[in-house]
Structures are given as C-alpha cells and as structure tokens.
Write a protein that binds this ligand. Structure first.
Ligand SMILES: [Ca+2]
Length: 117
C-alpha cells in the first residue's frame, strides 16, 4: 500500500500499524524492483520504508522485526548523514532512477506499507 499523504517516519509507521501492516521491509532485489516499478507508476517523490538506525548510529535495522538490514539498494552517495539522517527512504536521483537513502526522520514524506499474506 502506497500512502501519498506526507508524514514523518513515525507517523507513517503508525498509519501502517493501524492497517495491520508495517513500513515496507525490502529484502530481495525482486521485491525492490517491484516497488520501484510501482513508484514509477505513481509519483516519483520520496517514500519512507521500514528501516532506521535509531538504536545505534550506522546500524540499519528493520523496525518491524529488529533484524539487521542485509540486502540494500543505497545510492552510491548514500547513506551520507549517519548522525542526522536515521530513517530509510526511496528517492530519485537526477537521472530519474530510484535508490535508497538515509533521511531525517522528522521529514514529511509519502510512505510504503507492507502486510503479510
Ligand atoms: Ca541521505
């Protein structure tokens, strides 16, 4: 589910949780590719996903399970602000391709919720 209203990372997490879902946990290239296809079809803005480094600077974990993030799709210049940008999002670079980046958790972005079948 793609939320197009703009919310902080925490607000986005709460919205997902109220839908019996969680902020997207992207674990494989296939899942990442699928989400990126949807983002192209929707709007190209920034979207929150479920990772953060809130427990420890530089240590990326999925919020929903507290697992360390294995597979990643960071832009070559990201993550670029380990102490101030501690939440994970999709963004588009100047070539209009999607990548992962770190971003300030208090920023208001669209978001992606995921629910187990
Ligand atoms: Ca960043």
């Amino acid at each position: 589910m793609f939320g197009n209203d703009k919310r902080t990372w925490f607000e986005s997490k709460v919205v997902c949780n109220t839908k019996n879902a969680y902020l997207a946990k992207v674990e494989t290239p296939r899942e990442n590719d699928w989400i990126i296809q949807q983002l192209f079809a929707l709007n190209k803005g920034l979207h929150w996903m479920g990772g953060n480094t809130l427990r420890k600077v530089g240590e990326w974990k999925w919020e929903s399970t507290n697992e360390k993030i294995g597979y990643t799709f960071f832009h070559p210049t990201e993550p670029n602000s380990p102490t101030s940008e501690r939440c994970l999002c999709y963004f588009t670079d100047d070539k209009n391709a999607f990548y992962w980046g770190d971003f300030q958790c208090s920023a208001k972005l669209s978001y992606i919720c995921e629910r187990d079948n």
